[in-house]
Structure formats: C-alpha cells, structure tokens
Design a protein around this ligand. Sequence first.
Ligand code: VGL
Ligand code: ZN
Length: 198
Amino acid sequence: MATDTPFTELQAGDALLVVDVQNDFLPGGSLPVANGDRVIEPLNRAIAAFRAARLPIFASRDMHPPGHCSFQSAGGAWPVHCVAGSRGADFADGLCLPPDTVVISKATTVARDAYSAFDATGLAKRLREAGVVHLFVGGLATDYCVKATVLDGLAAGFAVVLLSESMAAVEHKLGDGRRAIEEMEEAGAVIDCAGVTG
Ligand code: VGL
Ligand code: ZN
C-alpha cells in the first residue's frame, strides 16, 4: 500500500474483487506464482477496510473439472490446477474472506477456459445489481487472470483501481507482470497510490 491508512476514502459504489487467490497458485501448489503468498497480507488489509465500510467483497476462483482443456494432459498450456473439490482449488488458508463474500467460479466446463472473472459468470450483472461502479482489484495472476478480469471490467464500464501490491505475476517471460500493468493502465485502470485510495 502506498500509505499505512489506505481506503480512507472508500464510498458507496466501491467493491473489492479478489482474483483467484487459491492454493494451487501459491508456493507449494501445482501452478505456483512466485511470491503469490505475498498478496495475502495486503489483501487482508483491503478486505478489512471494505468490511469496515460495509462495502461488497467479491472473490473469483478458477474451478476446473477433471480433464479440463487448459491442462497439458488435455493439450492445454498448464499443469493440472484448481480441480473442483480439490484442496488446490480452495481459497488460500490465510485469506480472511468474510462469510458474505460473493464467490464467482469460472472456467467450470471441460471444453472452455476462462481467464476473466467476467467470462460467462454473470459477474457484471451481480456488480450492477449491487450498485458497484468502482472496482478495486488484486489477486493472481497479474499477467493472466487479473489482466483479463481488469480489461473486461473496464470494457463493461466499471472504473478499476489496481491494488498493485496485492497482485503477483507468473512471469512466463520476464517482464510479463510489468507489461500487464502497463496494458491495464493504457485501457484506463488506475494504480493505487496516495491520493487515489487515501
Ligand atoms: C490462471 C493460468 C491458468 C490465473 C488460471 O488465475 O491467472 N492462470 N488458469
Ligand atoms: Zn485455470
């Protein structure tokens, strides 16, 4: 966070979206993001701030059936990860999501992958119904699901703030995380810093 007291200016219409902070994307998981565990603490601070302000919290999760098309075993790009019902698909133990978190499952059918939390999940409608106009986004991974989610959110008309300390990148190619952040900014996302969130 840019300051010790972020989120002092949270207001009605703001919502937090935590993207794919699941065991398989953390060190020790099957598709670990380097330093993926470092996002948990700043995300917990964000969660606490949104709770205190009684603002809605959404959390997406990759929720694949066995044999999913994104798995290398099925001709896809990734090791087996986030299989529905497995421990790897669970949200990270240390992530303090409140019981009223709106959970958005994605990429739940065998033949279709989805990086974006907006892809065939009804998320945009849920956000609009909750009166959300301004989305604060963090999670995993910066260069895949966070990027796809942020770009779709912007395209759907939501203002997006990137919680840059609350995200981590796969970095399949070195610099992918930085490039993803640049791409999200070019599309209209704003990086959290003093003056934006307090
Ligand atoms: C993700 C690769 C495969 C992500 C999901 O959440 O960023 N990356 N499936
Ligand atoms: Zn996946």
